[in-house]
Structure formats: structure tokens, C-alpha cells
Design a binder for this molecule. Structure first.
Ligand SMILES: [Zn+2]
Length: 350
């Protein structure tokens, strides 16, 4: 297993829904210690890693990856001792029934209850119950026990464990532990000409919140968000519909999503670097999703930002799939493109 895959395994298996990212922060620290000049955590829980530059470039560069994953939160208890839950971040209720989950700090095993097929009405078999109709069963024998084991606000995550499948990897939360893995690799590498602030952000899935705070703190000249993004190349329902991104075709560069539009010069810089170096890349189909760049570009007096992502199938579900070469390609592209950034690329006055 490569170092990259090894780190992806550690970070994918770590647990951290939005607002409860402690487990991911804990998993990241040992991967960064000794490779960066300073590590600290801010008031909202963002983990900052500062790597001083060689002094050759005057720029301050912010690279982010979000620590939080989508999941569930306990919002109530039934008389029988089951947990009522609500989603944190966007998850389609139809993927939830019957899943194994882990509840709270102590990772109590549980299952999202589903009515046995024997008892279901014929008409209900094809319908997915809403999240408000679902209950997580942790084996508690009554309401008191359930309240003690999993009080209101307890986070619930998918119990999926990481697996390597040849050239591919399967696991939970690749959005955005793939980005976190790539940022770790960049921070462990050679010094950059500029001061690099790598920030592992909180609460991206509920509104790009940590990145906005991080950009306010760092006052960067440019922001780069590393992501695990949607790849809907499988299963193909309509063969003539072009997928958002595809596995194995390299990292995906965002031109525009619902949260921001990439400045043209910055966009063409990344494309030119990829072309010049013969690095695989693809564009993410415009208009879909939001990323930390949406938070970064609105900070202070405005920050040019770009998002580059590893295509991942089945994101925001219990299991995602990615290709290791796309993850390695993201690290290479961002490494080279960042090293060649010049103030003229970021100048929007002309
Ligand atoms: Zn994401």
C-alpha cells in the first residue's frame, strides 16, 4: 500500500460529522507533526498547518480540505429505546434504511432499523421512508438507557471500513478525506517558494463555514480547495448524458459551481501547467455543488480561489469509490501549479 493510500485509509476510517470533527483532527496531527512549522486550532475547530516558504515568492497561499463528513445527529428517543435522527449535510433518505452505523465518541454499534420485508405492504416496498420515520437501534432496552448512551446531539456516522480494490479504493467520507489526504501529502513535501497555510476546515457540508473563517485569518493572496467530488459515471441510466466527472481521467478542475466562479487567469494557469507537464486532468461539469472556494473568495477584500478534486463515485452515501491515480494526480497538479503561481496570475485589475 502506498503512503497516499495508507493515509487515505486512516482518514477515511476517522469519524467526524460537521461540527464534531475532533476524531479527524486527532488522526491528522501525527501525519503532520515534524513536517510543518506550526500547528494550531482556531475557535471553530479548523486545524491550521503553517509551512514557511523559501522566501523566493511574496505570496501567501491558503490550501484547504474539509474534515467534516455527512452523517446523522440524535434528535430524540423513542419509548422503546431507539434513537430519532436528523441528517447533518445532504444525504438522501433512500440510502439509509438497514445501514450499520457508529454512535457517539465511543463508536457504539447500531443499525438504522428497517421493517422486515414479510411485514411490508406491497405498495411500500419501493418507497423510501423519510429520515424522520427512521430510527437507529443501539440495542438499548428502554428510553432511559438510550438517553444515557446517546444523548441529544450525539453524532452518528456510517460504519464503513476502508478497503483497497486493486487500483481503486472503497470507503466512507472520501468527500473530503481524499482532499485531506492530498493536503497532507503537499504539507509533507518540499518547502514551497511561498508561505503555505494548509487548513483542514470544519462544517463545509453545512455551509462552507470553516473555510470562510480560515481565509479571514490567513489573509491569503490565493485559495486552493482540495475536494472529493461527484463522479456519476456509474451506474449510467441514460448513456447519452455526460457525467459530472469520471474515474481514472485525472483530477477535476472546477470552472463554476453553485458557490463560486473560478477567475479565468487562475483557471488557465492550472490547465496550462497540466498540459505542459502532461498531467491528466478533466473539468467538473459546471453548476453542481459548492466547495470551500465559495467561502474563501468572499473573505475580507476578496480572494481568488480555485477548486481541484478527486472524482469519487457515490459521495454522500455510506461507501465511495475512487481511483488511486486520480488522488496522486491531484497532489502532482496542485504541487506544480502552486509552485508556479505568480502575482500577475492573481491580478484582476487588467
Ligand atoms: Zn466536499
Amino acid at each position: 500500500m502506498s503512503t497516499l493510500t495508507d493515509h487515505l485509509e486512516t482518514l477515511s476510517n476517522a469519524r467526524g460529522i460537521s461540527g464534531a470533527e475532533t476524531g479527524v483532527r486527532r488522526a491528522l496531527r501525527p501525519l503532520l507533526e515534524g513536517h510543518v512549522d506550526k500547528l494550531w486550532v482556531d475557535g471553530v475547530g479548523n486545524l491550521f498547518a503553517h509551512k514557511a516558504g523559501t522566501g523566493a515568492s511574496p505570496l501567501r497561499v491558503l490550501i484547504t480540505a474539509h474534515m467534516d463528513e455527512v452523517g446523522l445527529m440524535v434528535v430524540g428517543h423513542t419509548g422503546e429505546g431507539a434513537l430519532r435522527v436528523d441528517t447533518v449535510g445532504s444525504i438522501a433518505a433512500r440510502v439509509l434504511p438497514g445501514l450499520s452505523v457508529l454512535v457517539g465518541e465511543d463508536a457504539l454499534p447500531g443499525v438504522i432499523g428497517v421493517q422486515a420485508i414479510h411485514r411490508a405492504n406491497r405498495g411500500d416496498l419501493d418507497k423510501a421512508p423519510g429520515t424522520d420515520k427512521l430510527a437507529v437501534d443501539i440495542g438499548a432496552t428502554g428510553k432511559d438507557e438510550a438517553e444515557r448512551l446517546a444523548p441529544l446531539g450525539t453524532p452518528v456516522v456510517f460504519a464503513t471500513r476502508f478497503r483497497q480494490l486493486g487500483a481503486s479504493c472503497m470507503g466512507k467520507a472520501f468527500d473530503d478525506r481524499a482532499g485531506c489526504t492530498a493536503l497532507v501529502a503537499l504539507l509533507r513535501g518540499e518547502r514551497f517558494p511561498f508561505d503555505l497555510f494548509g487548513v483542514f476546515t470544519v462544517q463545509e457540508e453545512v455551509g462552507l463555514r470553516g473555510a470562510q473563517v480560515a481565509a479571514y485569518t490567513v489573509v491569503p493572496d490565493v485559495g486552493i480547495a482540495l475536494e472529493g467530488t461527484l463522479a456519476d459515471d456509474l451506474p449510467k441510466e441514460e448513456p447519452d448524458v455526460s457525467p459530472t466527472t469520471e474515474l481514472g481521467k485525472g483530477p477535476a478542475i472546477t470552472v463554476m459551481d453553485r458557490s463560486y466562479i473560478t477567475p479565468p487567469r487562475l483557471l488557465s494557469h492550472f490547465v496550462q501547467v497540466a498540459e505542459a507537464e502532461g498531467l491528466a486532468y478533466q473539468f467538473k461539469q459546471p453548476g453542481i455543488g459548492g466547495t470551500d472556494s465559495g467561502g474563501i473568495h468572499r473573505a475580507r477584500a476578496g480572494v481568488p480561489a480555485i477548486t481541484v478534486a478527486v472524482p469519487c463515485r457515490y459521495i454522500h452515501s455510506p461507501v465511495s469509490m475512487l481511483r488511486e491515480s486520480d488522488l496522486a494526480g491531484l497532489v502532482s497538479l496542485v504541487d506544480v501549479a502552486a509552485r508556479r503561481l505568480a502575482p500577475s496570475i492573481l491580478d484582476r485589475s487588467a
